[in-house]
Ligand binder design. Sequence first.
Ligand code: CUA
Length: 338
Amino acid sequence: MKHIIAVIVLIAVITVALATWLNSINLLPPLASAEGIPIDWLFSLHIQVIAFLFALIMGFMLYSVVAFRRKKGDTGDGAFVHGNAALEIVWTVVPLVIVLYFGYLGAITLRDITSPGRDELVVEVTGSQWNWRFDYPEHGLSSTELNLPVGRTVLLKLTSIDVIHDFWVPEFRVKQDAVPGMIKELRVSPIETGTYQLRCAELCGLDHAYMLANVNVMPSTEFDGWINDELEELAKAAAGPALERGQRVAELMGCQDCHTLDGSQGKAPTWLGLYGKEETLSDGSTVLVDDEYIHESIVNPSAKIVNGFGNTMPARFGEELSEEQIADLIEYIESFSE
Ligand code: CUA
Protein backbone atom coordinates (compact mmCIF):
# COMPACT_ATOMS: atom_id res chain seq x y z
CA MET A 1 0.00 0.00 0.00
CA LYS A 2 2.86 2.33 0.90
CA HIS A 3 4.38 1.70 -2.55
CA ILE A 4 1.10 2.39 -4.39
CA ILE A 5 0.58 5.75 -2.65
CA ALA A 6 4.20 6.76 -3.31
CA VAL A 7 3.92 5.88 -7.02
CA ILE A 8 0.59 7.75 -7.42
CA VAL A 9 2.12 10.87 -5.85
CA LEU A 10 5.20 10.56 -8.07
CA ILE A 11 3.08 10.18 -11.23
CA ALA A 12 0.88 13.14 -10.29
CA VAL A 13 3.92 15.36 -9.68
CA ILE A 14 5.61 14.40 -12.98
CA THR A 15 2.33 14.86 -14.93
CA VAL A 16 1.64 18.34 -13.58
CA ALA A 17 5.26 19.49 -13.93
CA LEU A 18 5.62 18.17 -17.49
CA ALA A 19 2.22 19.45 -18.72
CA THR A 20 2.89 22.89 -17.22
CA TRP A 21 6.32 23.06 -18.81
CA LEU A 22 5.14 21.86 -22.26
CA ASN A 23 2.27 24.35 -22.25
CA SER A 24 4.58 27.21 -21.26
CA ILE A 25 7.22 26.84 -24.02
CA ASN A 26 4.96 27.94 -26.90
CA LEU A 27 5.16 24.92 -29.14
CA LEU A 28 2.80 26.64 -31.59
CA PRO A 29 3.14 29.98 -33.41
CA PRO A 30 0.61 32.74 -32.52
CA LEU A 31 -3.00 31.90 -33.41
CA ALA A 32 -4.70 33.91 -36.17
CA SER A 33 -7.83 31.99 -37.22
CA ALA A 34 -11.13 30.96 -35.61
CA GLU A 35 -10.58 27.40 -36.87
CA GLY A 36 -7.40 27.29 -34.79
CA ILE A 37 -9.23 27.77 -31.46
CA PRO A 38 -10.63 24.20 -31.14
CA ILE A 39 -7.45 22.84 -32.76
CA ASP A 40 -5.25 24.49 -30.13
CA TRP A 41 -7.57 23.25 -27.39
CA LEU A 42 -7.24 19.68 -28.77
CA PHE A 43 -3.48 20.15 -28.98
CA SER A 44 -3.21 21.16 -25.32
CA LEU A 45 -5.47 18.24 -24.35
CA HIS A 46 -3.10 15.89 -26.17
CA ILE A 47 -0.15 17.47 -24.35
CA GLN A 48 -1.83 16.69 -21.02
CA VAL A 49 -2.50 13.06 -21.97
CA ILE A 50 1.05 12.69 -23.30
CA ALA A 51 2.42 14.12 -20.03
CA PHE A 52 0.31 11.65 -18.03
CA LEU A 53 1.41 8.65 -20.15
CA PHE A 54 5.05 9.66 -19.85
CA ALA A 55 4.65 10.05 -16.07
CA LEU A 56 2.85 6.70 -15.79
CA ILE A 57 5.67 4.77 -17.43
CA MET A 58 8.59 6.73 -16.02
CA GLY A 59 7.01 6.97 -12.53
CA PHE A 60 6.60 3.19 -12.17
CA MET A 61 10.03 2.55 -13.64
CA LEU A 62 11.97 5.10 -11.59
CA TYR A 63 10.17 4.12 -8.38
CA SER A 64 10.88 0.41 -9.00
CA VAL A 65 14.55 1.05 -9.76
CA VAL A 66 14.93 2.74 -6.39
CA ALA A 67 12.48 0.86 -4.11
CA PHE A 68 12.98 -2.68 -5.39
CA ARG A 69 16.72 -2.55 -5.89
CA ARG A 70 18.56 -5.82 -5.05
CA LYS A 71 19.85 -5.69 -1.48
CA LYS A 72 23.49 -6.38 -0.82
CA GLY A 73 24.13 -10.13 -0.42
CA ASP A 74 20.71 -11.10 -1.84
CA THR A 75 21.41 -13.65 -4.60
CA GLY A 76 17.97 -15.30 -4.75
CA ASP A 77 15.51 -15.06 -7.68
CA GLY A 78 12.69 -12.49 -7.69
CA ALA A 79 9.10 -13.52 -7.01
CA PHE A 80 7.46 -15.33 -9.97
CA VAL A 81 4.37 -13.48 -11.23
CA HIS A 82 2.12 -15.25 -13.74
CA GLY A 83 -0.14 -12.75 -15.45
CA ASN A 84 -2.94 -10.64 -14.06
CA ALA A 85 -6.17 -10.83 -16.09
CA ALA A 86 -7.83 -7.87 -14.33
CA LEU A 87 -4.84 -5.60 -14.96
CA GLU A 88 -4.62 -6.66 -18.61
CA ILE A 89 -8.31 -5.89 -19.19
CA VAL A 90 -7.89 -2.47 -17.56
CA TRP A 91 -4.87 -1.48 -19.64
CA THR A 92 -6.62 -2.58 -22.82
CA VAL A 93 -10.06 -1.08 -22.20
CA VAL A 94 -9.01 2.27 -20.69
CA PRO A 95 -6.71 3.28 -23.61
CA LEU A 96 -9.36 2.04 -26.08
CA VAL A 97 -11.96 4.35 -24.53
CA ILE A 98 -9.50 7.26 -24.51
CA VAL A 99 -8.56 6.73 -28.19
CA LEU A 100 -12.24 6.45 -29.22
CA TYR A 101 -13.04 9.62 -27.29
CA PHE A 102 -10.22 11.50 -29.00
CA GLY A 103 -11.45 10.16 -32.37
CA TYR A 104 -14.88 11.55 -31.55
CA LEU A 105 -13.45 14.95 -30.54
CA GLY A 106 -11.40 15.05 -33.75
CA ALA A 107 -14.41 14.20 -35.91
CA ILE A 108 -16.70 16.88 -34.43
CA THR A 109 -13.89 19.48 -34.61
CA LEU A 110 -13.31 18.63 -38.29
CA ARG A 111 -17.05 18.91 -38.96
CA ASP A 112 -17.20 22.32 -37.24
CA ILE A 113 -14.17 23.88 -38.97
CA THR A 114 -15.12 22.68 -42.46
CA SER A 115 -18.81 23.61 -42.40
CA PRO A 116 -19.80 26.65 -44.53
CA GLY A 117 -19.99 30.06 -42.87
CA ARG A 118 -22.20 33.01 -43.79
CA ASP A 119 -21.16 35.49 -46.51
CA GLU A 120 -17.99 33.64 -47.48
CA LEU A 121 -15.31 35.29 -49.57
CA VAL A 122 -14.19 32.91 -52.32
CA VAL A 123 -10.50 32.95 -53.30
CA GLU A 124 -9.14 30.57 -55.92
CA VAL A 125 -5.60 29.51 -55.07
CA THR A 126 -3.39 28.03 -57.79
CA GLY A 127 -0.05 26.45 -56.98
CA SER A 128 2.63 25.89 -59.59
CA GLN A 129 6.33 25.12 -59.39
CA TRP A 130 7.14 27.32 -57.36
CA ASN A 131 4.63 30.05 -57.21
CA TRP A 132 1.22 30.86 -55.69
CA ARG A 133 -1.50 32.82 -57.46
CA PHE A 134 -4.73 34.12 -55.88
CA ASP A 135 -7.82 34.87 -57.96
CA TYR A 136 -10.80 36.77 -56.54
CA PRO A 137 -13.61 35.68 -58.88
CA GLU A 138 -16.23 38.02 -57.31
CA HIS A 139 -14.05 41.00 -58.18
CA GLY A 140 -12.29 39.70 -61.31
CA LEU A 141 -8.88 40.24 -59.69
CA SER A 142 -5.65 38.24 -59.42
CA SER A 143 -2.81 38.74 -56.99
CA THR A 144 0.54 37.25 -55.98
CA GLU A 145 -0.24 38.01 -52.32
CA LEU A 146 -3.21 36.70 -50.41
CA ASN A 147 -5.09 39.67 -48.95
CA LEU A 148 -7.92 38.83 -46.57
CA PRO A 149 -10.38 40.84 -44.49
CA VAL A 150 -10.33 40.04 -40.77
CA GLY A 151 -13.45 38.43 -39.28
CA ARG A 152 -14.89 37.00 -42.49
CA THR A 153 -14.81 33.32 -43.46
CA VAL A 154 -12.79 32.72 -46.59
CA LEU A 155 -13.45 29.72 -48.81
CA LEU A 156 -10.20 28.82 -50.52
CA LYS A 157 -10.56 26.72 -53.65
CA LEU A 158 -7.20 25.11 -54.20
CA THR A 159 -5.73 23.59 -57.30
CA SER A 160 -2.38 23.10 -58.99
CA ILE A 161 -1.23 23.25 -62.59
CA ASP A 162 1.60 20.74 -62.26
CA VAL A 163 2.37 18.61 -59.20
CA ILE A 164 0.80 18.37 -55.72
CA HIS A 165 1.43 21.42 -53.52
CA ASP A 166 0.01 22.14 -50.08
CA PHE A 167 -1.45 25.36 -48.68
CA TRP A 168 -0.19 25.95 -45.16
CA VAL A 169 -0.17 29.07 -43.00
CA PRO A 170 0.99 27.88 -39.56
CA GLU A 171 -0.88 30.71 -37.76
CA PHE A 172 -4.16 29.50 -39.34
CA ARG A 173 -3.45 25.91 -38.19
CA VAL A 174 -5.43 24.34 -41.06
CA LYS A 175 -3.80 22.86 -44.15
CA GLN A 176 -4.92 21.42 -47.50
CA ASP A 177 -3.32 19.89 -50.59
CA ALA A 178 -3.53 21.60 -53.99
CA VAL A 179 -3.96 18.73 -56.44
CA PRO A 180 -3.74 19.06 -60.25
CA GLY A 181 -7.11 18.43 -61.93
CA MET A 182 -9.06 18.79 -58.67
CA ILE A 183 -10.55 21.62 -56.60
CA LYS A 184 -9.91 21.12 -52.88
CA GLU A 185 -11.65 23.37 -50.38
CA LEU A 186 -10.33 24.95 -47.20
CA ARG A 187 -12.07 27.41 -44.91
CA VAL A 188 -10.24 30.04 -42.90
CA SER A 189 -11.72 32.77 -40.71
CA PRO A 190 -8.87 35.16 -39.83
CA ILE A 191 -9.26 36.72 -36.36
CA GLU A 192 -6.00 38.70 -36.11
CA THR A 193 -4.71 41.33 -38.53
CA GLY A 194 -1.10 41.04 -39.58
CA THR A 195 1.22 39.60 -42.21
CA TYR A 196 1.79 35.89 -42.25
CA GLN A 197 3.64 33.59 -44.57
CA LEU A 198 2.07 30.95 -46.74
CA ARG A 199 4.37 28.03 -47.32
CA CYS A 200 4.07 24.88 -49.37
CA ALA A 201 3.86 21.77 -47.19
CA GLU A 202 4.24 19.12 -49.89
CA LEU A 203 7.69 18.26 -51.26
CA CYS A 204 7.22 19.50 -54.85
CA GLY A 205 10.65 19.80 -56.40
CA LEU A 206 13.83 21.85 -56.33
CA ASP A 207 12.48 25.15 -54.96
CA HIS A 208 9.82 23.68 -52.66
CA ALA A 209 11.33 25.41 -49.62
CA TYR A 210 11.10 28.82 -51.36
CA MET A 211 7.48 28.46 -52.50
CA LEU A 212 6.28 31.27 -50.25
CA ALA A 213 3.70 34.04 -50.44
CA ASN A 214 2.64 36.85 -48.11
CA VAL A 215 -0.76 36.60 -46.46
CA ASN A 216 -2.05 39.99 -45.31
CA VAL A 217 -5.00 40.01 -42.94
CA MET A 218 -6.46 43.53 -42.76
CA PRO A 219 -9.54 45.38 -41.49
CA SER A 220 -12.41 45.02 -43.96
CA THR A 221 -12.36 48.75 -44.91
CA GLU A 222 -8.69 48.40 -45.85
CA PHE A 223 -9.52 45.24 -47.81
CA ASP A 224 -12.27 47.06 -49.75
CA GLY A 225 -9.78 49.85 -50.42
CA TRP A 226 -7.28 47.35 -51.80
CA ILE A 227 -9.94 45.84 -54.09
CA ASN A 228 -10.81 49.32 -55.41
CA ASP A 229 -7.15 50.23 -55.95
CA GLU A 230 -6.54 46.98 -57.83
CA LEU A 231 -9.62 47.49 -60.01
CA GLU A 232 -8.42 51.00 -60.85
CA GLU A 233 -4.94 49.67 -61.69
CA LEU A 234 -6.54 47.05 -63.89
CA ALA A 235 -8.66 49.63 -65.73
CA LYS A 236 -5.58 51.81 -66.21
CA ALA A 237 -3.56 48.85 -67.51
CA ALA A 238 -6.33 47.90 -69.94
CA ALA A 239 -6.00 51.32 -71.56
CA GLY A 240 -2.20 51.36 -71.28
CA PRO A 241 0.63 49.59 -73.13
CA ALA A 242 0.33 45.84 -73.71
CA LEU A 243 3.77 45.14 -72.33
CA GLU A 244 2.77 46.44 -68.87
CA ARG A 245 -0.16 44.03 -68.86
CA GLY A 246 2.25 41.34 -70.05
CA GLN A 247 4.56 42.09 -67.13
CA ARG A 248 1.67 41.57 -64.72
CA VAL A 249 0.78 38.25 -66.37
CA ALA A 250 4.42 37.15 -66.02
CA GLU A 251 4.35 38.07 -62.30
CA LEU A 252 1.06 36.27 -61.67
CA MET A 253 2.16 33.13 -63.50
CA GLY A 254 5.60 33.11 -61.87
CA CYS A 255 7.40 33.02 -65.25
CA GLN A 256 10.56 34.50 -63.74
CA ASP A 257 10.92 31.56 -61.35
CA CYS A 258 12.45 29.79 -64.36
CA HIS A 259 13.04 32.39 -67.12
CA THR A 260 15.52 35.07 -66.02
CA LEU A 261 15.50 38.58 -67.46
CA ASP A 262 19.23 39.27 -67.06
CA GLY A 263 20.73 36.78 -69.51
CA SER A 264 21.74 34.18 -66.90
CA GLN A 265 20.48 30.73 -67.83
CA GLY A 266 18.11 29.42 -65.16
CA LYS A 267 15.93 26.34 -65.42
CA ALA A 268 14.63 27.63 -68.75
CA PRO A 269 15.89 29.95 -71.53
CA THR A 270 16.43 33.55 -70.42
CA TRP A 271 14.11 36.14 -71.95
CA LEU A 272 16.96 38.60 -72.48
CA GLY A 273 17.68 38.65 -76.19
CA LEU A 274 15.29 35.75 -76.79
CA TYR A 275 12.88 37.39 -79.20
CA GLY A 276 14.14 37.39 -82.78
CA LYS A 277 16.95 34.93 -82.09
CA GLU A 278 17.64 31.58 -83.83
CA GLU A 279 17.11 28.93 -81.17
CA THR A 280 18.66 25.45 -81.46
CA LEU A 281 16.26 22.69 -80.47
CA SER A 282 16.98 19.36 -78.82
CA ASP A 283 16.70 17.55 -82.18
CA GLY A 284 19.40 19.79 -83.67
CA SER A 285 17.03 21.84 -85.86
CA THR A 286 16.74 25.60 -85.47
CA VAL A 287 13.73 27.85 -85.11
CA LEU A 288 13.24 31.61 -85.24
CA VAL A 289 11.81 32.99 -81.99
CA ASP A 290 8.78 34.96 -83.17
CA ASP A 291 5.18 35.46 -82.02
CA GLU A 292 4.09 32.13 -83.42
CA TYR A 293 6.89 30.13 -81.79
CA ILE A 294 6.39 31.80 -78.37
CA HIS A 295 2.63 31.24 -78.58
CA GLU A 296 3.20 27.55 -79.28
CA SER A 297 5.75 27.32 -76.44
CA ILE A 298 3.18 28.73 -74.01
CA VAL A 299 0.17 26.60 -74.98
CA ASN A 300 2.09 23.44 -75.93
CA PRO A 301 5.49 23.69 -74.21
CA SER A 302 6.59 20.15 -75.05
CA ALA A 303 6.29 20.67 -78.85
CA LYS A 304 9.76 22.23 -79.26
CA ILE A 305 12.36 21.80 -76.52
CA VAL A 306 15.36 24.13 -76.58
CA ASN A 307 18.68 22.26 -76.63
CA GLY A 308 20.14 21.94 -73.13
CA PHE A 309 16.81 22.28 -71.27
CA GLY A 310 14.34 19.69 -70.03
CA ASN A 311 10.64 19.38 -70.79
CA THR A 312 9.71 21.00 -67.46
CA MET A 313 7.29 23.81 -68.29
CA PRO A 314 3.74 23.21 -66.99
CA ALA A 315 1.45 22.26 -69.89
CA ARG A 316 -1.66 24.11 -68.66
CA PHE A 317 -0.85 27.76 -69.34
CA GLY A 318 -2.94 27.45 -72.51
CA GLU A 319 -5.99 26.88 -70.29
CA GLU A 320 -4.94 29.36 -67.58
CA LEU A 321 -4.41 32.30 -69.93
CA SER A 322 -6.71 34.05 -72.38
CA GLU A 323 -5.52 34.80 -75.94
CA GLU A 324 -5.29 38.50 -74.96
CA GLN A 325 -3.08 37.65 -72.00
CA ILE A 326 -0.82 35.51 -74.19
CA ALA A 327 -0.53 38.37 -76.71
CA ASP A 328 0.38 40.79 -73.87
CA LEU A 329 2.93 38.32 -72.57
CA ILE A 330 4.55 37.95 -76.01
CA GLU A 331 4.72 41.75 -76.20
CA TYR A 332 6.49 41.77 -72.84
CA ILE A 333 8.95 39.06 -73.91
CA GLU A 334 9.62 40.99 -77.11
CA SER A 335 10.62 44.03 -75.03
CA PHE A 336 13.73 42.10 -73.91
CA SER A 337 14.98 41.55 -77.47
CA GLU A 338 18.43 42.95 -78.20
CU1 CUA B 1 4.93 23.38 -53.79
CU2 CUA B 1 6.27 22.26 -52.15
